[in-house]
Design a binder for this molecule. Sequence first.
Ligand SMILES: Cc1cc2nc3c(=O)[nH]c(=O)nc-3n(C[C@H](O)[C@H](O)[C@H](O)COP(=O)(O)OP(=O)(O)OC[C@H]3O[C@@H](n4cnc5c(N)ncnc54)[C@H](O)[C@@H]3O)c2cc1C
Length: 470
Amino acid sequence: MAMIGERDVIGEATLAELESTLRGRLVRPADPDYDQARAVWNAAHDLRPALIIRCAGAADVVRAVEFARSEGLQVAVRGGAHSIAGFSTSDGGVVIDLSPMKGIRVDPTARRAVAQPGLTWSEFDHETQAFGLAVTGGLVSSTGIAGFTLGGGIGWLLRKHGLTADNLVSADVVTADGQLVTASEIEHPDLLWALRGGGGNFGVVTSLEYRLHPVGPVVFAGPVFYAAADAAQVLRGWRDLTASMPDELTTLANILVAPPVPFLPEAVHGQMVVGIVGTYAGPVEDGSRAAQPLRALAEPLADLMGPMPYVAIQSLLDPLWTAGAQNYFTGSMLRELSDEAIDTLLAHHAAGRAPARELHLHHGGGAMAHAPAGGSAFAHRDAAYILNVIARSPDRENFDKHADWARATHAAMSPWSTGGYVNFTSEPGQDKVRASYPPDTYARLVEVKDRYDPTNLFQLNQNIRPSGGR
Ligand SMILES: Cc1cc2nc3c(=O)[nH]c(=O)nc-3n(C[C@H](O)[C@H](O)[C@H](O)COP(=O)(O)OP(=O)(O)OC[C@H]3O[C@@H](n4cnc5c(N)ncnc54)[C@H](O)[C@@H]3O)c2cc1C
């Protein structure tokens, strides 16, 4: 696919004509806000698009898609800019930037929200929590709702209310031919099926309709931290507890390097610790009872579990996950967590050198597993745990080595893996995509891709190649 560099610019007249047809604006390399406009969350992807089209609404998106197609430009679609793999930017291509599109309407009676794709989870939760409602959202509230939903969406309400994608009722999509279609159970049901876990392959989503659930506004939630010396015991204990946890309780075990935060003793700063974090989607007293065993897996270093606003647990981790660092994530769905698997994770964490390295074990099951397999593109619903291996560094120094460490850790866990998860994948590549879907799901995704994007205009994603093979 053709690209344009800064010196090989599209004619001024063409750009002026494009701009005159937009409600939003163009940002070009010479503009004073170009560096700000091109930045994405993961600084590992420092790319220079030829053009950023900041869309004000669906009409601008139609125009942007037509323009990119007619000029033969590589297309990057951006919502919250949190793609780990850097899919929402491009060297020399066009970024269709949806971040100005932040409209949302909540219908508290129908328990529905219709939201635009530029919203972050912080903004979405702010609006829905005004009515005591929520849908499964990101663990870091600066993440965008759109990319997150299209890949599946794993968050604190997963086990009670399912993946975010399970709650996607309908979506408006600008397809590769510039048509705006609505995907729902009635219209284009194949497209809705694919959007629920198939990523950004099928067009630009300009509106998402979600089913909401009563949550909070206060929930029982938070983290408990344990020392490295107790790590194996804590992880085995947590694993055993997950076998009988109520669906209301969604938890995460995290093997991490303790950050220099005031609630952890100074002696453990920079050392391995284990955090068990959870949220109970139900009455606070029930949550307190259900979470009690998580707080007694050993002698805690710090126990911050308690009643808190739902929006507080949704943003609790934000200070540790600011934009501008180098990040590498790689994930897999695990069928089980044996003692050997736990020992493997602990040994690999100890061998790593990234200043921030985290091994997240999300507990699956619950509503994720109750939804019918094959009912949406999201696969591996029977996984008991979802692993995310994270290497994070403030600068480029040794970053490639840290990424190698993450890949090696991921590979060491392959005996327990049932497949991948596109939202936690740093690298593009057919092997990653194939690992995320069983063959029959993948074949169905190709059929939908053939129908809505046969020339693969949207290929900066965990790409489903159309059968034409581009
Ligand atoms: C700090 C951090 C925390 C995270 N936490 C979680 C978590 O708790 N659970 C989880 O499941 N994932 C998590 N993720 C992964 C996250 O879900 C993905 O990175 C997701 O793609 C981010 O969406 P975005 O809109 O912010 O990203 P963007 O970079 O804007 O978009 C990513 C890709 O999604 C597609 N896309 C985005 N918007 C649209 C649209 N409107 N139409 C069509 N395609 C679109 C495009 O292919 C785009 O390249 C996290 C990522 C980060 C960086």
